[in-house]
Design a protein around this ligand. Structure first.
Ligand code: VTB
Ligand code: MG
Ligand code: MG
Length: 331
């Protein structure tokens, strides 16, 4: 019982942190200043993480100590008192979207028992993800067409009804061509592939499969949510230089070329995921004002054994605008 209560506290604290990170970013939406937007969110996350009663360690953050002023990889966070946790943050996924006032930007934290998360360097990663209804039929080492057929077969639908989500990038031209030549549907999105990767695992999203190349840190964060939700995620790091290869080794990835299964990325144990919308997107509403209140919209996920609450929930929260303005709106 005590453990469940502690875990609920962790969930609520993480939710509170992404909500406040999003609120502190609100003044920067559409202002063309992605660096200060990112700094505002990072500052808020760090301040609030340090108030949590945890013995926390950042494993995916804003970079190494010498290149990131805060929330760097290896940084200790929390009061040092409660549970030992590893933490992966992306204070803003979609900084360009925030600066441009464009949709889908989010702030996100994933956490796990110590040692459970892959320490992925900031490099590209090839990814494939499906939801819990599909189960373990995908194989990143096989062709896209093989995987599409396996998913369609498992879902009992023709390939022409298969819905695949892909980030709109030149590097995905061939993928998109292959999907369409099989007669399936492609949904393109501009940024934030964490949302793309988790979409097949959320019942209300009409997505069957996610494929593409995006950031490795975002891959680990998405995999945490997908593991909690019972979906599948597989990946392969894209090694484009010897420096990247060495960096993988330094971060403890002994075979950087090897394809990764979900249990290589998120090992068994408790895990948590909290994400709050900054700008309006396909999954979450952005921070907005209504009748003197600031409203946030978040997605909260925890592994089944970590909580007696539902596996995932959407949370809409009303914050007192005057209070929030005093703290964050210095401009
Ligand atoms: C990826 C993706 C992110 O940026 O890192 C992508 O994981 C990289 O951008 O969610 P480029 O394709 O332009 O290199 C995001 O979409 C947003 O940071
Ligand atoms: Mg970021
Ligand atoms: Mg990012």
């Amino acid at each position: 019982m005590k453990m469940k209560i502690e875990m609920r506290h962790i969930q609520s604290d993480l939710l509170n942190i992404t909500q406040h990170a999003a609120l502190s970013t609100y003044p920067y939406i559409g202002k063309g200043d992605k660096n200060n937007a990112d700094k505002a969110s990072t500052d808020t996350m760090r301040l609030l993480l340090n108030q949590m009663d945890i013995d926390g360690r950042i494993v995916i953050g804003e970079g190494e100590m010498d290149e990131a002023p805060m929330l760097f990889i290896g940084e200790k966070v929390g009061t040092g008192k409660g549970k030992t946790l590893d933490i992966a943050v992306d204070p803003i996924d979609g900084t360009t979207n925030v600066a441009a006032g464009d949709g889908d930007a989010v702030t996100v934290i994933a956490a796990s028992d110590r040692g459970a998360l892959l320490h992925a360097p900031d490099m590209y990663m090839k990814k494939i993800a499906v939801g819990p209804k599909v189960g373990p039929v995908i194989d990143i080492d096989k062709s896209l067409t093989f995987n599409m057929k396996a998913v369609a077969n498992k879902l009992g639908k023709p390939l022409s009804d298969l819905h695949v989500m892909v980030q709109d990038r030149d590097r995905h031209k061939d993928l998109i061509q292959e999907i369409r030549s099989n007669g399936a549907k492609v949904t393109l999105f501009s940024d934030v592939d964490i949302i793309g990767a988790i979409s097949p695992s959320l019942y209300r999203e009409k997505v069957d499969l996610f494929v593409g190349i995006g950031g490795a840190p975002e891959g680990v964060i998405a995999a945490t949510a997908i593991k909690c939700l019972g979906g599948d995620f597989q990946a392969q790091l894209i090694l484009s230089s010897t420096a990247e290869y060495k960096r993988c080794l330094k971060m403890g990835i002994t075979e950087p070329h090897r394809s990764l299964r979900i249990n290589d990325i998120v090992r068994d144990g408790n895990c948590y995921f909290a994400m709050t919308g900054i700008t309006n997107g396909r999954l979450l509403k952005g921070v907005h004002e209504e009748k003197g209140k600031l409203i946030t919209h978040s997605l909260l996920i925890a592994s089944r054994r970590s909580s007696d609450r539902p596996t995932y929930q959407f949370v809409e929260s009303f914050h007192l605008k005057d209070e929030i303005k005093k703290v964050y709106f210095k401009q």
